[in-house]
Design a binder for this molecule. Structure first.
Ligand code: SAH
Length: 372
């Protein structure tokens, strides 16, 4: 809701807010994602321009960490024209992003431009803000969606003896100002459109908006090249009832005080894969701890520990590593998933001349790290 929605009114990402995310826990998280993009950019033949497009950038921390890596590797990227494109609906969060990334030096764009705001990052890279992925100009792009898809609205369905019914929200007739869940008395358009014929679960959550966005990402990657990295908590088409709310870092009843708590549902990666519809190849989901390990988090931690003199910093580094990697914490429930052009994984003419080409470089993060 543009006026009463959680992200337009509150949007409390971070320690002082309602929930904490990996980039807010450790700088290493964003740095390794930055390395992933550079590695893919090199594997795809170093195109002369790249757009980094982040969906739902929160406080802007992840983009800031990635841009720091781009700056550190500026000799590698020197011939590449880099720009940043942020898709953000929250006025409050876009302001926080602008301060963090540009020092507040932004200007609103004229009405006839697709971006609503623009500025220059502290590292000298142009940044643009949009409300919708469709407004981002076409071009070779690396997309990033971290804890974005889980924030989009879902439909819930329950299998009954009479067939699939949609779970709807109703006003409790007995208690004023109280919402309750009810089952639709008959089939709804959503039950007819969103349940897959081969579905075996009894309760299903579907996020059609996520499906539409993945279709758009897949079309854009197929046409203009690039890749998308999606990281979120989720499952591969196995979980049922995951809809929940968070407020002040505590679980919160999803039906009470709407608009004041973060509402979230696990991302169904099997659905996202289906929505890519063969336009792109997909990799994952792979557990966060495996992805980060494959990206070299252990080496990065060692370097940071060696460079930090005081005990408090070292303890903080170890604590944040544990938060990201421990299977009981974020290591197992968070997953990484990627969309890549087909030719990134298979040579287009491989079938005809299997021996004629050198092997394609493996995609970092999704393969075990081999140190030479
Ligand atoms: N990626 C960040 C923040 C995740 S919170 C991090 O990891 O810290 C979800 C983000 O998505 C917020 O920035 C929120 O404002 C944004 N968002 C939510 N719904 C959106 C929508 N429909 N379109 C664009 N952005 C949205």
């Amino acid at each position: 809701s543009p006026s009463q929605g959680y992200y337009t009114r509150r949007g409390g990402v971070g320690e002082s807010g309602d929930f904490i995310t990996s980039p807010e826990i450790s700088q290493v998280f964003g740095e390794l994602i930055g390395v992933w993009y550079i590695s893919e950019w090199m594997a795809m033949g170093k195109p002369s321009a790249l757009q980094l497009v982040e969906l739902g950038p929160g406080r802007g921390t992840l983009t800031e960490d990635i841009l720091r890596v781009f700056k550190q590797l500026s000799s590698v990227l020197s011939k590449c024209d880099v720009s940043v494109h942020l898709v953000e609906v929250s006025p409050k969060l876009s302001e926080i992003q602008a301060v963090l990334l540009t020092g507040g030096k932004v200007q609103p764009s004229p009405e006839d431009e697709s971006a609503y705001m623009k500025g220059i990052s502290k590292t000298g890279i142009p940044i643009f803000w949009y409300r919708d992925i469709q407004d981002v100009p076409p071009g070779y792009s690396f997309y990033l969606a971290h804890e974005f898809f889980d924030a989009l609205p879902i439909h819930k369905f329950q299998r009954t003896e009479k067939g699939w019914r949609e779970v709807l929200v109703d006003i409790d007739p007995q208690v004023p100002d109280q919402l309750r869940f009810v089952l639709s008395p008959s089939r709804t358009p959503a039950t007819q459109n969103f349940i897959q014929p081969e579905e075996t679960r009894d309760h299903v959550e579907v996020c059609p908006e996520a499906g539409v966005i993945v279709q758009r990402l897949a079309s854009r990657i197929e046409k203009d090249g690039g890749a998308a990295l999606v990281a979120d908590y989720g499952h591969d088409g196995t979980k049922t009832d995951t809809f929940r709310g968070f407020r002040n870092h505590q679980l919160h009843d999803v039906l009470s005080a709407p608009g004041t708590a973060d509402l979230t549902a696990d991302v169904d990666f099997s659905y996202l894969r289906k929505m890519a519809q063969g336009k792109t190849a997909t990799l994952g989901p792979i557990k966060q701890r495996e992805f980060l390990k494959n990206m070299g988090i252990d080496l990065r931690l060692q370097v940071l520990l060696q460079n930090s003199g005081d005990t408090a910093t070292r303890e903080q580094l170890l604590h944040s590593y544990d938060m990201l990697m421990n299977p009981e914490k974020m290591g197992d429930c968070f997953n990484f998933f990627a969309l890549l052009p087909h030719h990134r994984l298979v040579h287009p003419d491989k079938k005809d001349k299997p021996q004629s080409k050198s092997p394609l470089p493996p995609v970092a993060g999704f393969n075990e790290l081999l140190l030479k």
